[in-house]
Design a protein around this ligand. Structure first.
Ligand code: ZN
Length: 117
């Protein structure tokens, strides 16, 4: 069994071997791709695992994290202060223009009605 594994979101395992330096390089390379938003690893989470459990590095793209948690800013991170404008409802969707107070990024969050009882 190999010592190091680097996995990338829906790309799969991109490194599987015993060379730690190589594993680190692959990790950094895919984090760069994920961050840049280009290529097959765009916005994908990247994970480096050591079979012994000694080392564990994880990178989750801010946009991916934002979509999962709704916390912070999709550009600069989960610690950011954000401000939402008033919500407009369109059918099953609620649409809210958002603004980050830290990096000035503006985006629109769209919420969907999933259940009612
Ligand atoms: Zn921001």
């Amino acid at each position: 069994m190999s010592k190091y594994q680097v996995t990338v979101g829906n790309v799969g395992t991109v490194y599987d071997g015993d060379d730690q330096q190589k594993a680190d390089e692959m990790f950094d390379e895919y984090v760069e791709q994920s961050r840049s938003g280009y290529g097959r690893a765009a916005h994908e989470p990247v994970c480096l695992m050591n079979v012994d459990g000694e080392e564990f590095r994880e990178f989750v793209d801010h946009l991916t994290r934002y979509i999962k948690t709704g916390q912070g800013c999709p550009v600069c991170g989960d610690e950011a202060d954000t401000e939402g404008e008033s919500i407009t409802v369109e059918g099953v969707f609620a649409i809210q223009p958002m603004h980050c107070l830290d990096c000035d990024h503006e985006w629109t969050s769209r919420y969907r009605l999933e259940r009612a009882r």
